[in-house]
Write a protein that binds this ligand. Structure first.
Ligand code: GLA
Length: 359
């Protein structure tokens, strides 16, 4: 039986920059969603090892379930139908080893694995970023979230041992090698959020109120030195949202340079500054994530910050191999002491290849 796989992603840096066509630096991780499916027929029939119920839909996605994960299946099929996919169905089973709501893009991995299989079923050849864009539209169609393209693009484009520097406006990308002696630790706070119910859309609307001062330029085209003048006429909240996005784009550029030149101390400073900007200017962190970043850094991580949309989810830490155990211990002890009702889960990950057919 054909098998397809799409990874989740962890973002190194470049948070909340994708929906204003900015720069992001995610990795695909070695965890994701697997789909075993017989291709053919005129229905999509799926079960999931991790979620309730069976999804049964017409292969063109024209029937839409009211709730649950079937909405994503219908939305992906409908987006591909809009790209003239022949409505060939499949019967299969999904399995995921990604925690949901942890900020690791479980929904993007689901969309991408479905799109990869449905394209294969109908011999539809799509360029990687066209497939990612269709999945991004599917996310909006399914749950109405105005997210950017980062998660789906990372799941499609990922490369082992590399991050992907993507310009979300130009849709140009390059691979950035990661330090070979480091592991990615993902510290999942146990605080769950869903993009549909988080403040994601509100933050992006507040940012939208500031964009007119850019005269059509993208935030990533603004120099940090010009910020004070630009922000002067804005209300406090839109000004802080825009300041985050402009400075964060600059941190993506600086992170690429720091990685290329092996300046790991600078990497640590950039991550801490990025986290502070998400806490103070974009206001999407929570005390649990703030504490996990401190614990990781104090415990010896090279760099740590929250990753993903925020309002819950996880922290990403780059940790030298020989320090993984002490950092894990510092995270577990400190978090249990400060947030005794929360359940921390720490995953050791590597940057991995993007979505593909495995069999
Ligand atoms: C979520 C969205 C992404 C991106 C991040 C924040 O993961 O799906 O498009 O905006 O939040 O960087």
């Amino acid at each position: 039986m054909p098998r397809f796989f799409a990874p989740g992603r962890a973002n190194l840096i470049g948070e909340h920059t994708d929906h204003t066509d900015g720069l992001v630096l995610p990795v695909a991780i070695d965890r994701g969603v697997t789909l075993d499916a017989d291709l053919g027929g005129d229905e999509i029939v799926l079960v999931s090892a991790d979620a309730e119920g069976k999804v049964r839909l017409r292969a063109d996605g024209s029937e839409v379930p009211e709730r649950g994960w079937g909405r994503f299946v219908a939305a992906v099929a409908a987006e591909l139908a809009d790209l003239d996919r022949t409505p060939v169905g499949m019967h299969g089973e999904l399995r995921s080893d990604l925690p949901q709501g942890a900020g690791l893009s479980s929904s993007a991995a689901l969309e991408v694995v479905l799109a990869t299989a449905l394209a294969a079923a109908a011999d539809l050849e799509l360029a990687p970023l066209d497939l990612a864009a269709a999945c991004r539209r599917a996310e909006r169609r399914a749950v109405g979230v105005p997210s950017g393209i980062m998660d789906q693009a990372a799941s499609v484009l990922g490369r082992a041992d590399h991050a992907v520097l993507l310009d979300c406006g130009r849709l140009e990308y390059r691979f950035v090698p990661l330090p070979a002696d480091h592991v990615l630790l993902i510290a999942d706070s146990g605080v769950r959020r869903q993009l549909e119910t988080s403040g994601y859309a509100q933050r992006s609307a507040e940012l939208g109120q500031a964009l007119h001062v850019l005269d059509g330029r993208r935030p990533c085209e603004i120099g940090v030195e010009d910020l004070d003048d630009l922000l002067a006429g804005l209300d406090d909240v839109p000004a802080r949202r825009l300041r985050h996005v402009v400075t964060e784009n600059e941190r993506v550029r600086q992170t690429e340079a720091a990685l290329a030149e092996g300046r790991l101390d600078d990497l640590g400073l950039l991550f801490v500054a990025g986290h502070a900007s998400l806490r103070d200017d974009y206001e999407v962190t929570i005390p649990e994530l703030d504490r996990l970043v401190e614990l990781a850094v104090d415990g010896g991580a090279t760099a740590a910050r929250m990753t993903g949309g925020g309002f819950g989810g996880a922290v990403i830490a780059l940790v030298r191999e020989e320090l993984v155990e002490p950092v894990e211990a510092a995270l577990a002890d400190g978090y249990e002491r400060d947030f005794p009702t929360r359940r921390l889960q720490v995953h050791r990950c590597r940057a991995a290849d993007g979505a593909r057919r495995l069999a």
